[in-house]
Design a protein around this ligand. Sequence first.
Ligand code: PMP
Length: 431
Amino acid sequence: MESQTSKTLFERSLKVAPGGVHSPVRAFKSVGGNPIFFKSAEGAYLTSVEGKRYVDFCMSFGPMILGHRDQTVLKEVHAMIDTAWSFGACEPYSLELAEWIQARIPWVQKLRFVSSGTEAVMSALRVARAATGREKVLKFDGCYHGHLDSLLVRSGSGLAGEASSDSAGVPDSIARNTLVAPLNDLKALEEILSRHGHEIAAIAIEPLPANYGLLEQTPEFLRSVQAGAKRIGALWLLDEVISGFRVGLTGMAGRLGLKPDLVCYGKVLGGGFNVAAYGGRADLLDLVAPSGKVYQAGTLSANPVGMRAGLTTLKRAESMGLWENLQANTRDFCTKLTHGFDAAGLDWTVDSMDSIFWLHRKSAQPIRSIAEIPATQKESYARLFHALLDKGIYLPPSGYEVGFVSAAHTTELLADCAAKMIEAAKEAGKA
Ligand code: PMP
């Protein structure tokens, strides 16, 4: 491996995988250039196959809240692997994690573990359709819920709420069952609910939209969506795959006092292993097989290694007071950044929520919908991204992805990175 470079590995990859990757953003298409191949990770750092070290702010797109290879998690994972790594049968490990969550999150009366966020959302929607006997689902433009057909849609150009497919291979007949509303727009929401309310099985939203920049919604908007769902007899599905166990222990629902009927988790829940879950009201989860008629299954669901990694990650975060620390550290890091950008007269800023942050071009108003994202974001971010790679900092490879701070990012490291980001923004501005 030592003799391989990222470039030669990517050339080989292009011959075996579409675009050379197993998930699109990894290909660096949004920022340009050759993707870096990493050979190892430790704490806040990634090491490339060339042996160069980078401070990682992508953190596997969110799961690694303790940093890479946390030693306590590592010990538990080793212990589990020494015991078994898959049963396909009942075991106590998933029970422990499920009870831990149930004891702390009142709106998770029951849950089912699955292996990806996509699967969690897909299954929760099936439950919602079964429970309501309705077919349509309402989602919001700019929210991502995984690559299930019915949610790979964007708003259409016709009537309010109408959707069109956002991927080849998603038939219009499926896209037609999904309605799309703009974020932060109560008038549009009301219009869709009054026209289609009786057909909608579920209203799905990321309570902290973090897949198209960081589009923080007002509590009033989220509460109105919740009230709207109740009024029309639809279920309220919160997709907390990013925000769950990241924005505090109880996610955005806990932060804002939201009461979802169904909720989806992933990322931090598995501590970097393939774990996700859907949960919610017991009467809804009891619709799922084998207690009910909604079929959903998985060969590797509740894989014991992931269960142990997830539970250890969460217990450790709770015992360290991690969420409070991360919030304070990230706030401090973002304040340093905004002051630095302003002092240098740069047109950059950063938005954050707890340990999630998004670097973007300045805007006059808070950015709450995709239409408000500055048009230059993609190109400017690409320049910043590459300037930072040169300085040994790895941001997510797209200007529409958010960055993550972990327990392994010390205050000294964050201060150093903030200074480098300000320098990089100066250089990128000149380029
Ligand atoms: N929902 C949200 C909010 C997500 O951010 C993601 C992944 N980024 C998903 C669902 C899909 O999760 P996965 O990639 O594990 O299928």
